[in-house]
Design a protein around this ligand. Structure first.
Ligand code: S3P
Length: 430
């Protein structure tokens, strides 16, 4: 087994008041919409993680002006997008790649998209299919992918599964298409694109069943974007505080869009002492402060219908379930197999290495809780996946023996301040 790059070790309670970095989904969208809009888009609170920085470079490569003014403070000035001089490297980011493909397809340009080894194995046909239906020409089903855009027409796309990335790619391409743009989904996926498109002046209608229609008004005008804290990042200190006895942590300014808060609802069902206060609107999104205290958790059954609202949170929910009393069952997890790693396999292997019984049955994950601190002491393979690495470091804080993860550098893709922020709360992560 390779040497651990980082280790999470049991210790005293976690205490303090923190803010997590800006929401990743909104940060990608702010840069891309700013790059498409007429005029200037000042952005505050932008997540400066590797994924988002790759999108910033991509938007500049298509011809927009992208400037960093200070920590989290950026200014984007939009332009007509043109063929980039070189291929567009999306790094590790599925969201960046898929949204940029949609945005670029609207222009008469040719662009080749590349990414790291993980992204190069992930399916792109889910966005390329609809883009071709709209009139784009595409080559490749996984990266590298080349797109020749422009002259697009309308689409009524009925997706078999809920995906904000697919929906967003179609809406972004649709900004410069002729005709109706309609996207239907079996369940509602996160709606940051719809909210932000409206803030930039486009007409977007959302029916009660979640069907999204782009209206006639599709020109974007630059506008201020304030990015609130990422609930998917807040999940890690939150679960750590729940699991380490005596902990009390306040996480301020967390985005609470109801299409993102499935984990919080699930943790409350498990018995979490989690209080939300100070709810307010920031940049068209609901935001609030979370107060979390260590709690005895019980097992939970999570229906498949909740998956879109917590799709990135199953690794850390599995960690909470590992410490709960009784069995937890999570349904509808097929998509986890095509994230930054095969997360279903990585969760099960990691939990097993730490002395916890866990297995899959079809698309469901079953975790048998230890009813308190699990054995730990394992060496976990994170498969270069940021959320797997952070989840098992958190489990190390709550276990009886330290847990090492073999790769932790990728944490910088979404939560570059994770380690110092957790250390500031008193966590033994080093
Ligand atoms: C995202 C959508 C989700 C999510 C990803 C971010 C987005 O993916 O897993 O981390 O910003 O649109 P899918 O759209 O593939 O479900």
């Amino acid at each position: 087994m390779s040497r651990a790059e980082l280790t999470g070790s049991p210790g005293g309670p976690l205490r303090g008041r923190i803010a997590v970095p800006g929401d990743k989904s909104m940060s990608h969208r702010a840069l891309i919409l700013g790059g498409l809009a007429d005029g200037e888009t000042p952005i505050s609170g932008l997540l400066e993680g590797d994924d988002v920085l790759a999108t910033a470079r991509a938007v500049a490569a298509f011809g927009a002006s992208v400037e960093r003014l200070g920590p989290g403070e950026w200014r984007v000035t939009g332009a007509e997008w043109t063929s980039p001089a070189e291929s567009v490297d999306c790094g590790n980011s599925g969201t960046g790649a898929r949204l940029l493909m949609g945005a670029a397809a609207g222009f008469p340009l040719t662009a080749t998209f590349t990414g790291d080894a993980s992204l190069s194995g992930r399916p792109m046909e889910r966005v390329l299919g609809p883009l071709r239906q709209m009139g784009a020409v595409t080559e490749g089903a996984t990266l590298p992918v080349t797109i020749r855009g422009g002259g697009l027409h309308g689409i009524r796309f009925v997706n078999a599964k809920a995906s904000a990335q697919v929906k967003s790619a179609i809406l972004l391409a649709g900004l410069r298409a002729e005709g109706e743009i309609i996207v239907e989904e079996p369940a509602r996926s996160r709606d940051h694109s719809e909210n932000m498109l409206r803030a930039f002046g486009a007409e977007v209608e959302v029916a009660a069943d979640g069907t999204v229609r782009l209206g006639e008004k599709r020109a974007l005008t630059g506008t201020d974007v304030a990015v609130p804290g990422d609930p998917s990042s807040a999940a890690f200190p939150l679960v750590a505080a729940l699991l380490v006895p005596g902990s009390e942590v306040r996480i301020e300014g967390v985005m609470l869009n109801p299409l993102r808060t499935g984990l919080f609802a699930t943790l409350v069902e498990m018995g979490a002492d989690l209080i939300v206060s100070g709810e307010r609107d920031v940049g068209g999104e609901r935001v609030g402060d979370l107060l979390v205290r260590a709690s005895a958790l019980r097992g939970v059954e999570v229906p498949a219908s909740r998956a879109p609202s917590m799709i990135d949170e199953y690794p850390i929910l599995a960690v909470a379930a590992a410490c709960a009393t009784g069995r937890s069952v999570m349904h509808g997890l097929a998509e986890l197999r095509v994230k930054e790693s095969d997360r279903l396999a990585a969760i099960i292997a990691g939990l097993n290495a730490c002395g916890i019984e866990a297995w899959d049955e079809g698309d469901s994950l079953i975790v048998v809780g230890a009813g308190g601190p699990p054995a730990g002491g394992g060496s976990v393979q994170a498969h270069h996946d940021h959320r797997i690495a952070m989840s098992f470091l958190v489990l190390g804080l709550a276990a009886r023996a330290p847990i090492g993860v073999d790769s932790a550098a990728m944490i910088a893709t979404s939560f570059p301040t994770f380690v110092p922020l957790m250390q500031g709360l008193g966590a033994g992560i080093a």
